[in-house]
Design a protein around this ligand. Structure first.
Ligand SMILES: N[C@@H](CCC(=O)N[C@@H](CS)C(=O)NCC(=O)O)C(=O)O
Length: 219
């Protein structure tokens, strides 16, 4: 059996998948995707022409998308931590929150970051303003959602929290969560103390200088 994860430790979607590996101590080979790893780069383009990562190769089977990787691990490499609840109704809610974090936190956060990498003339200030507005709206909704909750859905850490952790981590660097949103602030802090995410964050620490908007000196 071979499990290979093509990823970069500073990437938010890779951290999302890494949390699932760490939660259940699943052994795998980390295949670093970086400009100075040309062999992996060629394999990357062959595996997934869209060239987005993480990508999991499990005994020759390619799994794309962080959410699908987490679902695959639970089906093929189950451990004591069930990131998708067995109860079908709870599983729907977990998948719903997973989409909320990806679509309305991770995506607008990425818009702000990637726009800053464009040449000045090709920037999209209107799109970035819209993305920041979306983050504000998502933050306010999530703050209310998290009132009285420890994790995003139910009483257990789930796929939804795997999505929440890196998205809130980087979103706060990009567009600060207002201090008055105490439930959301506390949730982000709680996610940072979860050992699986703390390990993923530590893996990305050496690359903080590359954060395009400048990484704050915290977390
Ligand atoms: N929908 C994909 C998104 C993956 C994604 O956008 N990954 C980023 C890294 S965090 C990437 O591959 N960026 C490379 C690029 O944009 O060229 C998932 O959920 O896995």
């Amino acid at each position: 059996m071979s499990l290979e994860l093509f990823a970069h430790p500073f990437s938010s979607y890779c951290q999302k998948a890494l949390i699932a590996f760490h939660e259940n101590d699943i052994a795998f080979d980390f295949r670093m995707l970086a400009p100075d790893e040309p062999a992996n780069g060629a394999e990357f383009a062959r595996l997934w022409p869209i060239q987005r990562f993480p990508i999991l190769v499990d005994d020759g089977r390619t799994i794309l998308e962080a959410t699908a990787i987490i679902e695959h691990l639970q089906v093929r490499h189950p451990g004591p931590v069930r990131l998708i609840p067995d109860d079908p109704g709870a599983a729907v809610e977990v998948r719903m929150l997973d989409r909320v974090f990806d679509n309305y936190v991770m995506t607008p956060q990425g818009k702000c970051v990637f726009d800053s990498l464009r040449p000045e003339a090709d920037r999209d200030p209107y799109g970035v303003a819209e993305a920041r507005k979306m983050l504000d709206t998502a933050y306010a909704w999530l703050d209310q959602r998290m009132a009285g909750r420890e994790w995003a859905v139910g009483d257990s850490f789930s796929l939804a929290d795997c999505a929440a952790a890196p998205s809130l981590f980087y979103a706060d660097w990009t567009h600060a969560i207002p201090p008055e949103l105490e439930n959301l602030q506390a949730y982000r802090a709680r996610l940072l103390t979860r050992p699986s995410f703390a390990r993923a964050v530590d893996g990305g620490r050496p690359y903080r200088a590359y954060f395009p908007l400048g990484a704050p000196d915290r977390d």
